[in-house]
Design a protein. Structure first.
Length: 176
């Protein structure tokens, strides 16, 4: 009878060995790859461009004031569906929460976004992530992705789609 070769383990054993090796190689705690920042995590602080191409450091708000961050596009139907709720929240929390809208730039040339902004007057400051910096930092896979960040820079809410219930998170981060 032949002895089994431990290096020819089944998938489950191979995954376990890979995981243990990763822990050993990283000192037991470091991440091997970026993970999606979630509720309770520190929000990534990055710089993106505005519509004029000027860099805008999100650190001027993150960690200082509550932030409502929406990743959007002009063609996004979920963003359009969510717009009334965002407008109402921006009106209710004006002065207490910084509202930022990061255009993901996919299929949205800068001039088209400018025209859309002139027609629609969105309820947030428009940013234009032509380098994909914030999209990578927040691991944005789809538009109408919302991140609410408390005044300490921690993520208090993430949501996706045209119907989101972010009101409780806004009340928490503003202590209302």
């Amino acid at each position: 009878m032949r002895r089994p070769n431990p290096w020819r383990a089944d998938g489950m054993r191979r995954a376990l060995l890979s995981g243990l090796l990763a822990v050993a190689l990283t000192g037991g705690g470091a991440r091997l790859e970026a993970q999606t920042p979630g509720v309770g995590d520190l929000a990534p602080v990055v710089a993106v461009h505005d519509l004029e191409g000027q860099p805008v450091d999100l650190g001027q708000w993150i960690g200082k004031t509550p932030v409502f961050l929406q990743f959007w596009a002009t063609w996004c139907t979920s963003c359009t569906a969510l717009e009334p709720a965002v407008r109402a929240a921006a009106k209710q929390y004006a002065g207490d929460v910084t509202f930022l809208g990061v255009n993901v730039t996919v299929g949205d040339p800068r001039d088209s976004v400018r025209a859309w902004v002139a027609r629609r007057d969105p309820p947030w400051r428009v940013l234009y992530d032509d380098q994909g910096v914030s999209q990578r930092a927040y691991d944005v896979a789809e538009t109408s992705y919302v991140v609410i960040i408390d005044r300490n820079g921690r993520i208090a809410y993430t949501g996706l789609g045209g119907r989101q219930n972010f009101a409780p998170a806004l009340r928490r981060v503003t202590n209302q």
